[in-house]
Ligand binder design. Structure first.
Ligand SMILES: Nc1ncnc2c1ncn2[C@@H]1O[C@H](COP(=O)(O)OP(=O)(O)OP(=O)(O)O)[C@@H](O)[C@H]1O
Ligand SMILES: Cc1ncc(COP(=O)(O)O)c(N)n1
Length: 268
């Protein structure tokens, strides 16, 4: 039996709600064997990020090489990469291995405002990483930063998605968590057409790590052989359940519930 394997290249969140920890929980719940390359260690809980210790860029490259040369990688996602040198090393390894199922979550700023990507590294992300992406998953502020346009309307989102795709990403999903209205729209652009994936906006403060979990779920789907649209649809269902069945953990913005999706499926 061949076991689907996914790699997350991201930062560690000591609070367990975002980053590497959220990604591995998501892989596990979606029946994918999870592996990790840690780029930075954050001192973090539901109240926010207290400190960031980036690892030497070679440490990311070495971890990727170790798992790639032995276990193999069916799909991968990138999350917090922090600086331009880490981005370059990660991009170089992805190119060397020739991996195609690459999900880029262009993590920039944590919900609490902490910088998870230095502003001067945005150019490196556009230049080195976006051309390798099968899909890139910005939230609205990240899409604004990558596209250079202010997003107010759905038309703006469409234009931003096209501009991001121009950097070489095969497809783009602009997530709607930061938007307004009762319905959330995640807009998927596949290079020629748009698909809106929606859900009810849940009123909650417990949305720490939603973007990490969503992109990890897409990578899990790709690792299992799903097509992009199918993987994004299942990721939306996964995150919707994870936000709805809240855990109410911590004193601040709590993590989502990674058990929820499987438990719901088992009930029906
Ligand atoms: N309140 C909510 N109700 C339902 N779905 C939500 C809500 N907030 C976010 N989502 C979903 O979670 C996913 C992540 O979206 P979001 O825009 O929050 O990303 P993000 O800002 O990158 O997340 P984070 O920075 O917390 O990791 C998307 O699929 C979005 O639709
Ligand atoms: C290590 C790491 N990676 C990503 C996020 C983004 O998640 P959020 O925007 O919910 O804080 C984070 N806080 N920490």
């Amino acid at each position: 039996m061949s076991i689907p394997k996914a790699l997350t290249i991201a930062g560690s969140d000591s609070g367990g709600g975002a980053g590497i920890q959220a990604d591995l929980k998501t892989f596990q719940e979606l029946d994918v064997f999870g592996m990790s390359a840690i780029t930075a260690i954050t001192i973090q809980n539901t109240l926010g990020v207290e400190n960031v210790y980036p690892l030497p860029p070679e440490a990311s490259a070495e971890q990727i090489r170790a798992v790639g040369s032995d276990l193999g990688v069916d799909a991968l996602k990138t999350g917090m990469l922090f600086n331009a040198e880490i981005i370059k090393q990660v991009a170089e390894q992805i190119s060397i291995f020739g991996w195609k199922n690459v999900v880029v979550d262009p993590v920039m700023i944590a919900k609490g405002g902490a910088e998870l990507l230095l502003p001067e590294a945005i150019q490196a992300m556009k230049e080195h990483l976006l051309p390798l992406a099968l899909i890139v998953t910005p939230n609205i502020p990240e899409a604004e930063s990558l596209s250079g346009i202010t997003i107010r309307t759905l038309e703006d989102r469409r234009e931003a998605a096209k501009r991001i795709a121009n950097y070489g990403a095969r497809s783009v999903v602009i997530k709607g968590g930061h938007g307004q209205g009762e319905q959330i729209i995640d807009l998927l652009y596949d290079g020629s057409s748009f698909t809106s994936l929606g859900g009810r906006r849940i009123e909650t403060k417990h949305t720490h790590g939603t973007g990490c979990t969503f992109s990890a779920a897409i990578a899990a789907g790709l690792a299992k052989g799903q097509l992009i649209e199918q993987a994004v649809e299942e990721a939306r269902a996964f995150i919707q359940a994870a936000i709805e069945d809240t855990l109410e953990l911590g004193q601040g913005h709590g993590p989502t519930n990674h058990w929820a999706y499987r438990r719901r499926k088992e009930r029906f």
